[in-house]
Design a protein around this ligand. Sequence first.
Ligand code: SF4
Ligand code: SF4
Length: 333
Amino acid sequence: MNRFEQLTDLLDNKKYFKLVCGAGNEDANQVEKLVFVYTLAGAKGFDLSANPKIVSKAVEAISKAVDYALKLDRKILTPPFITVSIGMKGDPHVRKAYMNENCVKCSACIFVCPTDAITEKLEIIEQKCIGCGACDTICSFNGISFYHKNKNLKSLLTKCKQAGAENIELHAAVPDKSTIEQEWQMVNQVITDNYVSMCLDRLHLSNFEVAERIKNAEKIAGSRLIIQADGVPMSGGKDDYNTTLQAVAMADIVNKSKLGVKILLSGGTNSQTVKLANMCAVGFHGVAIGTFARNIVKNQISVTNFWDDDGAIVSAVNEAFLLVTESIGEIKW
Ligand code: SF4
Ligand code: SF4
């Protein structure tokens, strides 16, 4: 099977688990550890920032995991697929936070940042900021603003592909649709022989607009289209049904549009997501988990000598393995 057929097989059998490292996460050391741990845990895909250095780190981490797997009596039969994510101005996945002149330096935001991007000196480390908005929500003084990094996307994506990315995801839930088709065309020019994904949520779009956007995306991508059905972007901190309700609801809406596309559950996903989708008889082809999946291994990957600490590695892999198998069932090694 070629790589497109391998991914099709995973999707058709609901065996595709994608770890979302964060479209704005450019912390190469953290990404390397996450990719290593989740490859060993059976993840089949990674969603990364569109940055060739980050893609190269992930490729290295997969290779390290393939070697380390022998110690765990595992064989990585299908190396995971690397997706890079891009988005337009207005999309929370690709924005970066900064403190504006309203900030009174109360420090409240430090404690809610899921990626430890805000230092004690109240500086925001750009590489770590994933644009989630938790700092903005907690701030009572309107002290947080956001900016969007402008990039020459075609050249950047081509470099990402050369570095090892096989799929691209476009975050296309912003209200302005004039540039979406243009960017989607470009995504489809860079990736011609594998899946391309469009991430949609209902923050700005009605159910009707979601269906229209999918129809237009399918005209260009055909059977290579994945719709990442985003419930509430970057909201998956807790492990309960309510947190994941909107992720399942969004997949239901995509299903009811009867467009027959591949669907990934995302945006508020956790260990309950697949269970809830099955209880509600909502069809899907895979699951993408970000915040929750990163949090459950956060302590282990933060130890000082992680790469030499087999105890920390095995503990992280075991935690991640539970989540992966709860989501996609048994894994063949
Ligand atoms: S919570 Fe708001 S006011 Fe307080 S430090 Fe953060 S940005 Fe500044
Ligand atoms: S809370 Fe979210 S948006 Fe704010 S600095 Fe941290 S990662 Fe960035």
